[in-house]
Design a protein around this ligand. Structure first.
Ligand code: DC
Length: 213
């Protein structure tokens, strides 16, 4: 990989994009940014201020003041924070406020891997490699359901599926930077793949694409 290589990975929740992005970054020795954490942190800060998640002024204030050190907060993980993030992510001013941080991260020495919903389309449209990762609704809900169970939480599979579909619709149907496959993105369906198989498949796709370019 060239030292300035950017790998953009997009896809819906529980598609396996985060695990894959992290592994690709480690494999190629590149920096890694989970951009979903930025929106999750904005939602956390809006809620902490006692404001509604769809309040543009409060969300812009939180996005402008976002402390990158606070992205390690374990409270940001988990589906409730993800759902809240998808509400603040609809606000154009929030997206604009977070754009430069993401772009400057992407210019990191040694290259960078970023994952999210609009990396290949908006944040880094000139990325060297773009991958769109997806999986069937049922496979993604099964993964989420197993995560709940491993934390000892009881929740019906149908509820997990319904929540996932609602979040997908919000992310795909918003007016600004909706979730969609970027032009030229490699397509990876992880429905029947575990994390190791998805990583191996992505490496093959990348190798193939680089030989053709
Ligand atoms: O990837 P994630 O589940 O942590 O993302 C949480 C929400 O944040 C997601 O439902 C939509 C929003 N998001 C976004 O709009 N754009 C991104 N690049 C990343 C996340």
């Amino acid at each position: 990989m060239r030292t300035s290589t950017i790998i953009a990975i997009d896809g819906p929740a529980a598609s396996g994009k985060g695990t894959l992005a992290k592994r690709l970054a480690a494999h190629f020795g590149m920096a890694y940014l989970d951009t979903g954490l930025l929106y999750r942190a904005v939602a956390r800060d809006v809620a902490a201020a006692g404001d509604a998640l769809d309040d543009p002024a409060s969300a812009l204030n939180a996005a402008s003041k976002l402390d990158a050190q606070s992205l390690d907060d374990p409270a940001l993980r988990g589906p409730l924070a993800g759902d809240a993030a998808s509400i603040v992510a609809k606000i154009p001013q929030v997206r604009a406020a977070l754009l430069e941080y993401q772009r400057s991260f992407a210019r990191a020495d040694g290259g960078a891997v970023l994952d999210g919903r609009d990396i290949g389309t908006v944040v880094c449209p000139d990325a060297d490699i773009k991958i769109f990762v997806t999986a069937s609704d049922e496979a993604r809900a099964t993964r989420r359901h197993m995560e709940h169970e491993s934390r000892g939480e009881t929740i019906a599979f149908e509820k997990v599926l319904e929540d996932l579909r609602r979040r997908d619709s919000r992310d795909k149907e918003r007016n600004i930077a909706p979730l969609e496959q970027a032009a030229g993105a490699l397509f990876l369906d992880t429905t029947t793949l575990d994390a190791d198989q998805a990583f191996a498949a992505a490496l093959l796709l990348i190798e193939h694409a680089r030989r053709r370019s």
